[in-house]
Write a protein of this length. Sequence first.
Length: 319
Amino acid sequence: MAAVQASGMYTKFDSMPNFRRVNAEYYTDDNVEKSTKLFRSSRPDFLSEKEAESFTELGIRSIIDCRSAKEYKKADGTKILDRYYPLYKVKLPLYSRFRYGSPITYKPVSGGARDMVSKPDANGRHFLINFFKINYIVAVYNRAPWYLKLYSLLFLLIDLIFNTGYRYFVRIFARNVLNKEGLVGQYTDMIRYSQNQLYAILKLLSDPDNVPAMLNCAHGKDRTGLVTALVLICFGKSKEFIALDYAKSETELEPIKDRVYDEIVNRFHMCTTFTGAKASSMMGVLEFIENEYGSLNDYLEYIGFTEEDQAKLRENLLL
């Protein structure tokens, strides 16, 4: 049976590695160190009954999951937390960006464990956010040569017929496009083409009703790592601090390194560098943001998350 362990200031879960508090080491005007009401983790799908009960005792009000509803439903696991946290799909603009101050809306998702055995006193909400919308897919697709584009359509048809989760379609582009650009290239694509998703998550974290909160994706290092980096930018942390914080996932994911390899390399044929979490990878992304958008904070403004929003997020997340 999966175990729950006390580790310093927070609980560790054997079935949910890479779970830790986002520590911004933020100092107030009176020089008092503050931590945050934000946790980050790999996916919580495998939690046991005992672990799920321990999780709810942490007082976490929302799970902000950087996976689409389809990705979530296809993932392995009992998903016991569905009984405590009803699922919601965050609505994103199709062909435009969020405007400054845009509210975040969402709708219920059916088909979770909560539909089978529901507890009336839900602890909060489990938000699902699709990072790879059509604009992201088209951008990667257009970087392939014309003959590969045509060839890939056959695999897309196979994926759709057999509901594979786009496994074969992604493999084509992993081998011929994504692997050449590496992990930093994947992250910079999200910085360019997943701006609505990043804005939506930051706005959700700025809502007092949603905190304490937990961020996660599949392994808690890529999509989760980028969002955490933006949160730390709001707290004024240096690039070096953010990169080293990101690199903790390298050690935290060691217990499931075989699973990470299987889900990234064996399933999608991505190169082994995509399984890592080196500080240099995050540093490369942060330098890209500075070069492309002027500064880290300018990028937040660019996606619609203003200085006022950033101050509100800081206030909302501080313990």
